[in-house]
Design a protein around this ligand. Structure first.
Ligand code: G4P
Length: 528
């Protein structure tokens, strides 16, 4: 491997996620991106809508019924000279923890906004998460084929509510039934699309120059409207500025329809042209840059039973530096063990394939037999841990009631696997054999019960339980920890990762306990 090849592979990578409010068009946009990436020939086949793949999974059925997407998938596709990694994030807010961790694994994000609805609550929340790491954001204002709001108002709304400057890259020509295409401000060219061709990559008619009479001939009065609007836009918006974009202060904005496939090509061009290649990541010992030749990566997601045929668990690792080669040895830092990885997976259009090579920014799937946890770091031997991939203390707790007592082994297995995956958190009290699950949002409980039944054939229900909150406890003084464990035995539990946790019956109880044990640390998040 030559140095220049290594650097070239890094420069080619774009790793991003789509953030949006449910129904804004994330799934449709994903399909169109895969269409341009040559991963599918005809859009409308990725996620069900009558396709076989949808029908094979009841789990997906539940997603469909509820109109939520709860699993994170990873898709890799080539576009122009780049290799694009798209990480799908669950849309429903009950899965925000999962989304949070996925966003730690990307270098940029695409915000899809429904042009009729503008900035919605989930968009605001996801932007807050992106802000934590100043992730660069590209924006796509979708559904221009409907009667949407005034585009200038929409930009104002994004600027004021999301506190980010907007730089329109394209501008819509008409809207609703009259939506014809977009004018690219930086190419001074109008692009006209055909309606009803959204499932394919279509021939686009390009007209150079805003004053070109061809434009008037093609779109009539809309040409004059466009010229007037652009005058206003130039005064009212920001110019694209690379530094501001990279620092998360400005977002390039593209207009279009994902369904009709207008303007998606411009967005993709913007992504490969401007979105950053793989960025460095902080560890507890040093900053790791993508160009460091030593291999490093971290696990941000574990998913069980991705493919009902395989019944396995996959750990998703973001490669942060170095080069993965099939059969290489890696150090599993938390376990202090070297492992040989010869069966890692890559994901194209949601299908798994065996992986030969991976570069910084890529996501690789590792078969997990229970030894990998979310947040685990892998290196070529160096002892360090990537930071910022936490578990959050849940706020809702239920005791699991098994309907058939003979299935307790399956329950144990299912619950452990779902907790490794981050679908729920599990706590085993020291004082009895209860199984307590913790969640950030209520819907998570339903999902866990459904999946236990569907994937593990275990039926269960929940009891309410008087736990108000949880804290992970640490103490450097081993003797004191023993003392604490004795005195607080009844409120202590071991979580799914084997960590000691204090389950507080009330907030007041937690405060008192913390006062009583000033040298014991009570943490709201768990990291290695
Ligand atoms: P999500 O993943 O963000 O939740 O959104 P999704 O892509 O599933 O889109 C939500 C709905 O919006 C879908 O309609 C989809 O067809 C529609 N949609 C997406 N992009 C556009 C667009 O550019 N223009 C218009 N007019 N509609 C768009 P649905 O009725 O829920 O599903 P379907 O049965 O039509 O597929």
């Amino acid at each position: 491997m030559g140095d220049s090849n290594f650097i070239n592979e890094i420069k080619k990578r774009r790793t991003f996620a789509i953030i949006s409010h449910p129904d804004a068009g994330k799934t449709t946009m994903t399909e169109k991106l895969l269409l341009y990436g040559n991963q599918i020939q005809v859009a409308g086949t990725v996620k069900g809508r009558g396709s076989d793949r949808h029908a094979t999974s009841d789990w997906m059925e539940m997603e469909k019924e509820r109109g939520i997407s709860v699993t994170t998938s990873v898709m890799q596709f080539p576009y122009k000279d780049c290799t694009v990694n798209l990480l799908d994030t669950p849309g429903h807010e009950d899965f925000s923890e999962d989304t949070y961790r996925t966003l730690t694994a990307v270098d940029s994000a695409l915000m899809v906004i429904d042009g009729a609805k503008g900035v919605e609550p989930r968009t605001i929340k996801l932007m807050e998460v992106c802000r934590l790491r100043d992730t660069p954001i590209l924006s796509f204002i979708n559904k221009m084929d409907r009667d949407i709001r005034d585009p200038i108002d929409l930009l104002d709304e994004i600027e004021s509510i999301l506190n980010i400057n907007c730089a329109p890259i394209t501008w819509p020509i008409g809207m609703g039934k009259l939506f014809k295409g977009v004018y690219n401000l930086y190419q001074d060219t109008t692009y006209l699309y055909k309606t009803g061709q959204g499932h394919t990559i279509q021939q686009v008619r390009a007209i150079k120059g805003l004053d070109n009479p061809e434009l008037d001939a093609a779109v009539g009065d809309l040409a004059g409207d466009l010229r007037d609007e652009l005058e206003l836009v130039k005064g009212a918006s920001h110019e694209f500025d690379m530094q501001d974009f990279l620092e998360g202060r400005l977002t390039p904005v593209f207009f279009g329809t994902a369904l009709g496939n207008f303007g998606v090509d411009h967005l993709l061009d913007g992504l490969v042209q401007w979105a950053p290649s793989p960025q460095g990541r902080e560890t507890d010992t040093r900053m790791v840059e993508a160009k460091d030749e030593n291999f490093t990566g971290f696990v941000f997601k574990i998913q069980a039973n991705m493919d009902p045929k395989h019944r396995d668990r996959i750990a998703f690792m973001r490669v942060c530096s170095g080069h993965y080669e099939k059969g290489m040895r890696m150090r599993h830092v938390r376990l202090g063990k070297d492992v040989r990885i010869s069966d890692a997976l890559t994901f194209r259009a949601g299908e798994r394939e065996h992986l030969e090579d991976a570069w910084p920014g890529d996501i690789i799937g590792l078969h997990n037999h229970g030894t990998i946890q979310i947040g685990d770091t892998f290196t070529n031997g160096e002892v360090m841990n990537f930071q910022g991939i936490p578990h959050f203390a849940p706020e809702l707790f239920r005791r699991v009631q098994l309907r058939d007592p003979l299935k307790s082994k399956q329950l144990q297995k299912g619950i452990t696997q779902l907790s490794e995956e981050g679908a729920t958190q599990v706590f085993m009290p020291l004082r009895n054999n209860d199984i307590i699950v913790g969640a950030v949002g209520v819907l998570q409980f339903d999902v866990v019960a459904y999946r236990l039944k569907d994937e593990y054939k275990v039926e269960c229900s929940y009891d309410n339980i008087s736990v108000a909150t949880a804290r992970w406890v640490y103490c450097e003084d081993a003797k004191m920890l023993e003392d604490f464990k004795k005195k607080c035995h009844d409120n202590l539990a071991i979580d799914g990762g084997g960590y000691l946790t204090y389950l507080a019956p009330t907030r007041v109880n937690l405060e008192l306990t913390m006062e009583r044990w000033p040298d014991v640390k009570f943490k709201k998040t768990r990291e290695h």
